[in-house]
Design a protein around this ligand. Structure first.
Ligand SMILES: [Zn+2]
Length: 133
């Protein structure tokens, strides 16, 4: 684990059962030289000793009329090259309550029905609640 990285629990459904797994995030705030960057790692592969799913995103705050905060997560050029099938941006809304959180990724729509958030809303809510973003 790198300095500045944090482990937060995330629940998901695996083989029909709800499980809680670790997710690692690392956030670098916006600087004069560049945008805010968020690293999200999940699906730890025990045997391979590495994360199975690593995403690097540029984070931009967006205007919203809703009661909360809106962000755009842009996948890094390397992430897009490695996996061009997925969309390049996710729109994420963090509301006053976790139940208000919205993300336009496929994971969120599936997960919402099962009552737990996707990794994007989970990571951004963690940063918003910690007043880090
Ligand atoms: Zn999402």
């Amino acid at each position: 684990m790198n300095a500045g990285a944090e482990i937060i629990p995330i629940s998901r459904v695996k083989d029909g059962e709800r499980i809680v797994e670790d997710m690692e995030i690392e956030f670098a705030p916006e600087t004069l030289g560049g945008p805010a960057v968020l690293l999200i790692c999940c699906r730890w592969l025990k045997r391979a000793m590495r994360w199975g799913d690593v995403g690097i995103y540029e984070v931009t705050r967006k205007h919203t009329d809703w009661n909360g905060r809106a962000y755009s997560l842009s996948r890094s050029a390397d992430s897009v090259d490695a996996d061009p099938q997925h969309v390049t941006h996710y729109a994420v809304f963090i509301g006053t309550e976790p139940a208000d959180d919205v993300c336009d990724c496929r994971g969120h729509h599936g997960c919402e029905k099962r009552g737990h958030p996707c990794k994007h809303t989970r990571a951004l809510r963690h940063l918003v609640e910690g007043q880090r973003i």
